[in-house]
Design a protein. Structure first.
Length: 200
């Protein structure tokens, strides 16, 4: 008696056309992965710039995306999060830092434009455990409430004093008008800048 062919060769699992196409597409994608990864790596390397900058007295050599702002490099690459990202449109002043002694809003400034620059942030003001005179003045005159804008206010205040624009409360108000305090601590801020200007 002849054996039943189906008993000798049991049928394999039956897959649908959709499953077959999905398996084929997955295999093709897997095969292309190494070359795609290399291409992406090469493209990323081609779209970077290398620069040096001295931040709070410490030299850094950085390879960055040329579209990165000074603010993003400070916060995301150097982990200096004291500089705040407020509006990210240059309107609030929360991201103010000093570049080569001049105050700028760092959210609108490309880091790639500042190769060799000397940058000062709020983290660099304290020396050996002692606050900067302007930081002390902010504490003494209650120049802050929530504190979010305070780093930018202090850095802008330093620039304002260095520029010679801290001769009167009215002058300070005018030259620091780009720094917004949502808590309304302006009287204390102005008093702190005037006090620190008198000490220097």
């Amino acid at each position: 008696m002849a054996e039943n062919p189906s008993e000798l060769h049991p049928p394999g699992p039956i897959i649908s056309r959709r499953e077959a196409l999905q398996a084929t597409a997955a295999a093709a994608a897997l095969a292309a992965l190494p070359s795609a990864s290399v291409a992406a790596t090469n493209a990323a390397a081609a779209n970077t710039v290398t620069l040096t900058m001295t931040v709070n007295g410490r030299a850094h050599t950085l390879t960055i995306d040329p579209r990165q702002s000074v603010l993003d490099v400070l916060r995301e690459t150097l982990n200096l999060t004291g500089t705040k990202k407020g509006c990210n449109q240059g309107a609030c002043g929360a991201c103010t830092v000093l570049v080569n002694g001049k105050r700028i809003v760092s959210c609108l400034t490309l880091a790639s434009m500042h190769d060799g620059a000397r940058i000062e942030t709020i983290e660099g003001l304290e020396k050996d455990g002692a606050l900067h005179p302007l930081q002390e003045a902010f504490v003494e005159h209650d120049g802050l409430q929530c504190g979010f804008c305070t780093p930018g206010q202090i850095m802008s205040g330093l620039g304002c004093i260095a520029e010679g624009h801290a001769g009167s409360p009215e002058e300070i108000q005018f030259w620091m008008s780009g720094n917004i305090c949502r808590c309304g601590a302006y009287p204390g801020i102005v008093a702190a800048v005037a006090d620190a200007a008198g000490r220097t």
